[in-house]
Design a binder for this molecule. Structure first.
Ligand SMILES: Nc1ncnc2c1ncn2[C@@H]1O[C@H](COP(=O)(O)OP(=O)(O)OP(=O)(O)O)[C@@H](O)[C@H]1O
Length: 234
């Protein structure tokens, strides 16, 4: 399967400038690769750096050293050195990210929030809205809520709106941060089906799944961040 993302010699430490410039080393020399059709679980004990690494894959956090290349626009883009404009383009067209929490924009209806990534890619508003309706139905968000802002929705409802938004475009690479964390059994099954569909169309997926059943059901492999922890092999 073709490689979609490659992280090489990636290290990370945080410097706490407001606390005497204390340095917190997180991990050293990570080698990580993701291919089309993969669904790799990032694993490791609490505090080992799973979320930090995922944020680095999305270029939300900088790398202390190393490179992260993403297949984008027919070539490779090193997101550790790319311009902010190139990163935004990569996120728009290549890499989807389902975070745990929805960023709610007040007064924007749910249907529009879900359809927006497809509209940004050039799909007509009618087609994007039709697909958004389909996803919201599958994820059991009652139709009477679709024209409302999700500001007042429950945690689980907000998470499902976020999932619908994350899965509406066929991103070649997807990052999933605990996509089933606050879901009931039926909705968890729907999310597993969406992940399976993304894998079958060739998406390359990395995710954090604290729930073992979810991980065992959809993951093709795992990547233990702990083994790259600073001092792990001392
Ligand atoms: N923005 C930050 N500034 C400073 N230190 C941070 C920051 N983000 C994470 N860290 C530190 O980096 C280490 C790894 O944290 P991270 O959240 O990535 O772990 P995790 O494996 O995702 O943990 P968990 O499973 O508990 O969510 C921790 O020691 C944490 O304190």
């Amino acid at each position: 399967m073709s490689e979609m993302l490659h992280a090489q010699n990636v290290s990370k430490s945080f410097t706490l400038h407001t606390q005497g410039s204390v340095t917190i080393p997180v991990f050293n020399d990570i080698e990580f690769s993701l291919s089309a059709g993969d669904c790799i679980a990032l694993t490791g004990e609490s505090g080992s750096g799973k979320s930090t690494f995922m944020r680095m894959l999305y270029a939300n956090y900088t790398c202390s050293s190393g490179s992260i290349n993403v297949r984008h626009d027919g070539g490779w883009l090193d997101i550790t050195t790319a311009s902010p404009h190139a990163i935004l383009d990569m996120r728009k067209r290549t890499m989807g990210y389902v975070s745990q929490f929805l960023r709610v924009i007040p007064r924007v209806p749910t249907l529009e929030i879900v359809a927006e990534p497809l509209v940004a890619l050039g799909t007509s508003r009618a087609d994007a809205t039709a697909k958004a309706r389909g996803l919201l139905s599958r994820l059991r968000i009652p139709e009477r809520l679709w024209q409302l802002s999700p500001l007042t929705f429950s945690g689980g409802e907000q998470q499902r709106v976020n999932i619908a938004r994350g899965f509406i475009a066929d991103y070649p690479v997807m990052l999933l941060d605990e996509p089933t964390a606050s879901l009931d059994v039926d909705n968890r099954a729907t999310v597993l089906a969406l992940i399976e569909e993304a894998k079958s169309r060739g998406a390359a997926i990395a995710g954090i799944f604290h729930d073992h059943e979810t991980r065992d059901a959809v993951c093709t492999g795992s990547f233990d961040v702990t083994s790259f922890k600073v001092g792990a092999n001392d």
